[in-house]
Design a protein around this ligand. Structure first.
Ligand SMILES: C[S@@+](CC[C@H](N)C(=O)[O-])C[C@H]1O[C@@H](n2cnc3c(N)ncnc32)[C@H](O)[C@@H]1O
Length: 246
């Protein structure tokens, strides 16, 4: 059974307290706080530089005033976006992740980290951002939530702006799996674990590409480009989507 948002929040808080770098980037050999801070943030810079080159090639008039990093974690992407945009908001469901992100902020008040634990982005006005960016986040929540956030991305995207996000489109393997047989005892244990996050689970989900494109269109967006080769051959085969307001 898919986790509710409050459970997602508790589990990510737990990850953030134990091994936040590895919770964000589960690269082999980097468990137990083995990530070097510079190396971790450099990975965000190269990811953002490559993404912006791809976006710019397709949407050359993209504004550089305001960007949003949805599911910002420790700010790996947010900090990189701040090298290209005047102001960047990073939002996350985990207050503990945000505490790390604020500690690693190198851009003063040009970067604003905000806690958002609800299934909408009502805190932001229509058309508030030139770019909405989200990677390795939408996959960690039940589709009922990712569908709603995708529609919200289109609402808060400025005319002429862009929405860039990653989502697995096919079957995904859980990074950490839990199997709960439907017995009463196991169900009780599951609920206790969800509440206390004793054994936090990193839920993995996907949305078929046709469904993602339909959501974007229904929310007034237009798909500009889809890269379906992302993570090809790994457990995390994904599509990268670039959309704009139609
Ligand atoms: C794997 S990390 C990725 C962080 C960042 N995007 C990066 O690439 O460095 C996923 C992040 O998504 C956050 N998250 C999960 N569900 C969320 C939701 N519904 N709203 C906002 N953030 C969420 C988690 O707390 C976690 O910090």
């Amino acid at each position: 059974m898919a986790m509710r948002l409050w459970q997602v929040r508790r589990h990510w808080d737990s990850f953030a307290r134990k091994d936040p770098f590895w919770a964000v980037l589960t690269t082999a050999g980097k468990e137990a706080n083995q990530w070097k801070i510079e190396e971790f943030f450099a990975s965000g810079q190269s990811e953002v530089d490559a993404a912006l080159a791809a976006i710019q090639a397709r949407l050359p008039g993209l504004g550089r005033s305001r960007a949003l990093d949805f599911g910002c974690g420790m700010g790996r992407i947010t900090q990189a976006l701040a090298r290209h945009f005047d102001r960047v908001a990073g939002i996350d469901i985990s207050a503990d992740m945000l505490a790390h992100a604020r500690r690693h902020n190198r851009h003063g008040d040009r970067v604003d980290y905000q806690h958002n634990a609800v299934a909408h982005l009502g805190r932001f006005a229509d058309g508030a951002f030139d770019l909405i960016f989200s990677v390795i986040t939408l996959q960690h929540m039940a589709p009922e939530y990712s569908r709603r956030y995708l529609a919200e991305f289109m609402r808060i995207c400025a005319p002429g702006g862009a929405v860039y996000f990653q989502l697995p489109a096919g079957t995904v393997r859980a990074a950490r799996r839990s199997w709960y047989p439907p017995t009463i005892a196991k169900n009780i244990w599951r609920r206790i674990n969800a509440f206390l996050a004793l054994h936090p689970a990193m839920e993995m989900n996907s949305l078929p590409r046709a469904e993602v494109e339909a959501i974007i269109r229904a929310a007034g967006g237009e798909i500009v480009w889809v890269d379906d080769s992302h993570g090809a051959g790994t457990a995390f085969e994904s599509c990268i989507y670039l959309a704009r307001r139609a």
